[in-house]
Design a protein around this ligand. Structure first.
Ligand code: CP
Length: 332
């Protein structure tokens, strides 16, 4: 990916640009500044996308990502079309060389180029199976879209990452910083009723580490270690109370095991974030990507307290998406 003087995304030699991880951005602060500019003046580039169409393909459910990306696209003058591939499309095959004599009806090699003729930007949500780590971490689904669509691809959450969420999280942290010193950010595992992907936690760790402007701690029970590919640079502490000491931000998220892939080695309800635990922190702001299981991951008292940034955070999804789409729309 090439960048301009401010480090923002510019056209690559082939004219195809994608947003699937932090590696597609060389200057996070410039992108955050752009998002905050849009927050103060949402329609400042209202004609940038005139005559352009964005396709939002969902293979999995979504509330925030689906709506915030549509609002962002419309703020830039684009026409947004949503397609629930899982419910309304043909069952899609992603394996190269597959003999399609089973349940899949259409190969990505045939579908993606067609979608590329309908849309100027393609956005895709594909969750992991949580059955086979190698398959999920190969990111085959989104890579196949990038390979065959012929237009820029934006991840709306893939098998291992959720970059639009993480950009939003950095925006939210930056706009709420009240300390002159590096903020202490703690990502904490939380209990859940079922195993969830590692995407949000991986992605948050990847972006905070790349941003480099925080003391970053990750806390989780033994058995929930994430891939070092994303956590390298963070301090890992298994004692949650100790991890919370003097924290300015506590980011709460459940994830399933990476090593014993997709399993829940334990599900201790004692890891739920409560007001009592927040007392160890430096009046920490509390974040969660939503949707959240109330009184399982976080208590009502925390979610409904002034410390909770979750609504503001979800609102910022629009500005993150708008900043990324506008960078992709920039004329070459
Ligand atoms: N945080 C997030 O991605 O929310 P949705 O799953 O509702 O899009």
């Amino acid at each position: 990916m090439n960048t301009d003087k401010q480090g923002l995304l510019t056209c690559s030699a082939s004219g195809i640009r994608n947003f699937v991880s932090v590696h597609d951005v060389t200057n996070i602060n410039a992108l955050v500044a752009k998002a905050l500019d849009y927050k103060s003046d949402p329609l400042k580039d209202k004609t940038l996308g005139t005559g352009k169409r964005i396709g939002l393909l969902f293979l999995n459910p979504s509330l925030r990502t689906r709506l915030s990306t549509q609002v962002a696209a419309r703020n830039l003058g684009m026409e947004a079309i949503v397609f629930n591939v899982d419910k309304e499309g043909w069952a899609m095959e992603f394996e190269e060389g597959a003999i399609m004599n089973g349940t899949t009806v259409e190969h990505i090699k045939d579908a993606a180029p067609v979608l590329g003729t309908y849309f100027d930007i393609l956005c895709i949500r594909t969750f992991p199976s949580l059955k086979n780590r190698e398959d999920d971490y190969s990111e085959m689904f989104i890579h196949q879209f990038m390979k065959y669509a012929g237009v820029p691809v934006v991840s709306l959450e893939s098998s291992t990452l959720h970059p639009l969420q993480s950009l939003t999280d950095i925006i939210t942290i930056k706009e709420n910083i009240s300390t002159q010193t590096k903020p202490k950010i703690v990502l904490t595992w939380a209990p859940h009723v079922k195993p969830l992907p590692q995407c949000v936690a991986n992605s948050f760790a990847q972006w905070v580490n790349a941003w480099g402007e925080a003391d970053f701690v990750i806390t989780h029970p033994h058995g929930y270690e994430l891939s070092e590919e994303f956590t390298k640079g963070a301090t890992i502490i298994h004692d949650q109370d100790k991890a919370f000491r003097d924290a300015d931000y506590v980011y709460v998220k459940n994830w399933s095991a990476y090593h014993d892939y997709g399993k829940m080695p334990e599900n201790d309800p004692g890891w739920m974030l409560t007001e009592k635990k927040l007392q160890h922190t430096h009046h920490a702001n509390v974040m969660h990507c939503l949707p959240v299981r109330r009184n399982v991951e976080l208590s009502d008292e925390v979610l409904d307290s002034p410390n909770s940034l979750v609504t503001k955070q979800a609102g910022n999804r629009v500005w993150a998406a708008q900043a990324v789409l506008s960078e992709i729309l920039k004329p070459c």
